[in-house]
Design a protein around this ligand. Structure first.
Ligand SMILES: CC(C)(COP(=O)(O)OP(=O)(O)OC[C@H]1O[C@@H](n2cnc3c(N)ncnc32)[C@H](O)[C@@H]1OP(=O)(O)O)[C@@H](O)C(=O)NCCC(=O)NCCS
Length: 332
């Protein structure tokens, strides 16, 4: 098995890499678009110095590409780790491609001074546990279990109104704001603080990660990356009496396959918790999503299983479990 890095700008090499990713994700979640080529390419090419991304392929003796990996090395914080995803084409499993990829990922990480390797993968309910058996066989320990929950949208308007009525009495003094794609300038520093906080406020299991270093420029870089990936960001926030943004929730909408949207960050600053702001921003954002994207039929969200509050909010909104996301860790 031959493992090599590829240049994401090379059309042919990227197409071979993506074909494996696409076949694997369609096998895992039949009927779903999954990551689109434009999105993964934009992530690999993103500039700005937040993360260095490497794409690797594993080819068999005939030169056919049967395995793929994406390795992300944070550059601004968490410089001790590398975080990877591995995919082996469903028709070519148990031939050593996964092992060859992971061995190369670890060797390159060590050469780069990284001491912790993380790998993550999805496991639909009832699916083959190959990913977990593979990770354990290579000395990884499960550091975090997320549950994936989906919600059919548009959400029942009456359900949203009832929930909102329950929440509003607790949220006096706050107002809800929404935007698409670009955070208003007046909130961009607050958005950066929220990005910093979410990186360590969410339950992290046994993951050896540290706080991420966010500022307004990084918020703008992330927005530019979403645009380059042909994604829209649908965002709702809560503003306190002093005019500060103290809560935010962000849904990512792939413009090339809008039927499925993805819940990203949701965070309420610690000192503003207990006011039902997490629920209220999500209600506002589901309404905004329905307004701007009638083609969207489902939203997926991932939460640590011990993230009791966020899970309760999602269940109140009607999200139901469809599988898990597992994060594995190894000290190199
Ligand atoms: C997990 C995955 C990457 C493994 O790829 P692979 O090329 O089949 O793995 P390898 O052939 O290199 O297997 C190496 C070892 O992992 C273990 N393993 C892998 N798949 C297994 C399975 N289905 N059942 C039991 N053991 C398995 C075995 O110990 C195997 O060694 P062996 O074949 O000598 O017994 C592949 O199944 C896949 O792409 N799954 C979907 C995506 C995913 O879960 N990726 C993240 C993995 S952490």
């Amino acid at each position: 098995m031959d493992v090599q890095p590829i240049d994401p700008r090379d059309d042919r090499a990227f197409a071979d890499w993506f074909a494996v990713v696409d076949a694997t994700q369609r096998d895992l979640w039949p009927g779903e678009p999954g990551w689109l080529a434009v999105e993964l390419r934009a992530r690999a090419l993103a500039e700005g110095g937040d993360e260095r991304v490497e794409l690797l392929v594993a080819a068999d003796d005939t030169g056919r590409v049967i395995g793929a990996a994406r390795c992300g090395a944070p550059l601004r914080d968490n410089t001790h780790l590398v975080s990877s995803e591995l995919w082996v084409h469903p028709a070519h499993r148990r031939r050593g491609a996964g092992r060859a990829l992971l061995t190369t990922v670890e060797r390159r990480a060590l050469a780069d001074g990284r001491t912790v390797s993380l790998i993550e993968h999805d496991e639909p309910a009832g699916a083959d546990p190959a990913g977990r058996v593979f990770a354990r066989a290579h000395g990884y320990e499960c550091a975090q279990v997320d549950r994936r929950r989906d919600l059919a949208v548009p959400a029942d308007p009456a359900r949203l109104v009832r929930l909102e009525e329950d929440c509003l009495p607790r949220a006096a003094g706050y107002r809800i704001v929404t935007w698409r794609d670009r955070c208003p300038d007046e909130y961009v520093d607050d958005r950066a603080l929220l990005g910093r906080r979410i990186s360590t406020d969410m339950p992290l299991g046994d993951l050896a990660v540290e706080e991420e270093d966010w500022d307004a420029a990084r918020v703008r870089r992330r927005e530019a990356q979403s645009a380059a990936a042909d994604r829209s960001s649908i965002v709702a926030g809560a503003v306190d009496g002093a005019g500060r943004l103290v809560a935010v929730t962000d849904i990512q909408l792939p413009n090339g396959a809008p039927e499925k949207a993805y819940q990203w960050d949701t965070v309420v600053l610690g000192e503003h918790r207990g006011h039902r702001l997490g629920t209220l921003v999500k209600i506002a954002n589901l309404r905004l999503l329905a307004e701007v994207s009638p083609a969207t039929t489902s939203v997926a969200t991932w939460n640590a299983e011990d993230n009791r509050y966020m899970v309760a909010v999602n269940e109140a909104l009607g999200f139901t479990v469809v599988g898990s996301g597992l994060e594995w860790q190894k000290h190199l």
